[in-house]
Design a protein around this ligand. Structure first.
Ligand code: SAM
Ligand code: SF4
Ligand code: SF4
Length: 334
């Protein structure tokens, strides 16, 4: 049998990075991610099992995927997460995890043993009361404690904060101060529209606004632009002399789609060829029917739109008709 080709879209972008959402369930209820009324969860029998996840990961690896990130919902609440991590790290890939950090202490030894180094931990505030307001749950102390444990354990840590105007944008300098003596990268994510999250352009804190705040606080001479790696979604900076760094993920005001190499697999076995794609490809049915999945994967990615699921202009992106033709973020997997 001939070797399958790489996963390439109509613009020639090669896709070697797969983000797998392990579950739609979560132990937080972040306001920007989960609609207030919750979401209708997929039927249990329509959620990928641990064996199916590993099988699918191997199919993607055959097609050139060499980087996988586990996300959700909260990936660490997935049944059999330990087996999933063990079996994925046996593949020739770099494995990372995006987590809200609540359960990390239980998995530090396992992650170290399996050689998982990259942890993205979400934390939108350094204020305990605001944490409860933003996540609708009271886990601030636990998350902070786990972040410190993971720093001590030597992981490569990125801390993700979704910035929302008048909610946590007054903490930008505090977040950067956290990088003074902690070798982490604090990443500010521009608030993005998804079904049910009450997005409004006026709530977005833009890359430019963040940089203005930082330069007016520290002085332009203290702000250093760092090199961004190929396919990096983050524009990276640091403050002179600080151990850590910070960055901005500017999907709303400065999208970075030209070098996109990402594919998403949802917990119910759908391929999303872009975070904002309105259409999905069902892999679960052909998988369970024993079909060859390669043609399905190739066909799913090829028509990927040039940028943001086709919402190229600011007007398109702000159009509610267009920007809600998608799932809630909790069921996509960030
Ligand atoms: N539960 C895990 C966590 O929170 O890290 C993984 C899943 S979560 C959906 C993945 C990432 O998406 C998180 O960093 C979260 O902050 C981000 N996210 C969720 N909703 C968002 C939104 N509306 N705009 C920007 N980022 C968002
Ligand atoms: Fe859960 Fe992560 Fe969404 Fe918060 S951002 S509700 S932790 S999936
Ligand atoms: Fe890739 Fe879509 Fe994100 Fe752009 S918006 S970087 S095309 S996933």
């Amino acid at each position: 049998m001939s070797q399958p080709t790489n996963i390439t879209d109509q613009f020639g972008r090669v896709h070697n990075y797969l983000r797998i959402s392990l579950t739609e369930r979560c132990n937080l209820r972040c306001t920007y991610c989960m609609p207030e009324e919750g979401i209708k969860l997929s039927e249990k029998e329509n959620v990928l099992t641990h064996e199916e996840i590993i099988y699918l990961a191997k199919e993607f690896v055959k097609l050139g995927v060499n980087k996988i990130r586990l996300t959700g919902g909260e990936p660490l609440v997935k049944k059999n997460i330990e087996k999933i991590i063990r079996e994925l790290t046996a593949l020739p890939i770099q494995l990372g995890i995006t987590t809200n950090g609540i359960l990390l202490d239980k998995y530090i030894d396992l992650l170290k043993e399996c050689g998982v180094k990259d942890l993205n931990i979400s934390l939108d505030t350094l204020d305990k009361d605001k944490f409860v307001e933003m996540t609708r749950r009271d886990y601030f102390d636990r998350v902070m404690c786990n972040i410190y444990q993971c720093i001590l354990a030597g992981f490569n840590i990125k801390i993700n904060a979704v910035l929302i105007k008048d909610q946590n944008d007054n903490e930008i300098i505090n977040f950067i101060e956290f990088t003074k003596n902690n070798n982490v990268s604090f990443r500010f994510i521009e608030f993005m529209p998804f079904d049910g999250n009450k997005w409004d352009n006026s709530k977005v804190v833009s890359l430019n606004e963040i940089l203005e705040k930082v330069t007016s606080h520290y002085g332009a001479g203290q702000l250093i632009k760092l090199d961004d790696k190929q396919h990096d979604t983050t524009k990276n900076y640091c403050i002179k002399g600080y151990e850590g760094s910070f960055g901005v993920i500017s999907t709303v005001t400065n999208p970075f789609c030209d070098s996109c190499n990402r594919i998403r697999l949802t917990a119910n076995g759908r391929i999303k060829n872009c975070l904002f794609s309105a259409t999905e490809t069902n892999l679960l049915s052909p998988l369970r029917a024993g079909e060859d999945l390669v043609p399905h994967i190739i066909k799913a990615v090829y028509p990927k739109k040039k940028s943001r699921g086709g919402m190229i202009s600011d007007e398109d992106f702000q159009d509610k008709e267009k920007n809600t033709q998608n799932r809630a973020m909790i069921s996509i997997g960030g």
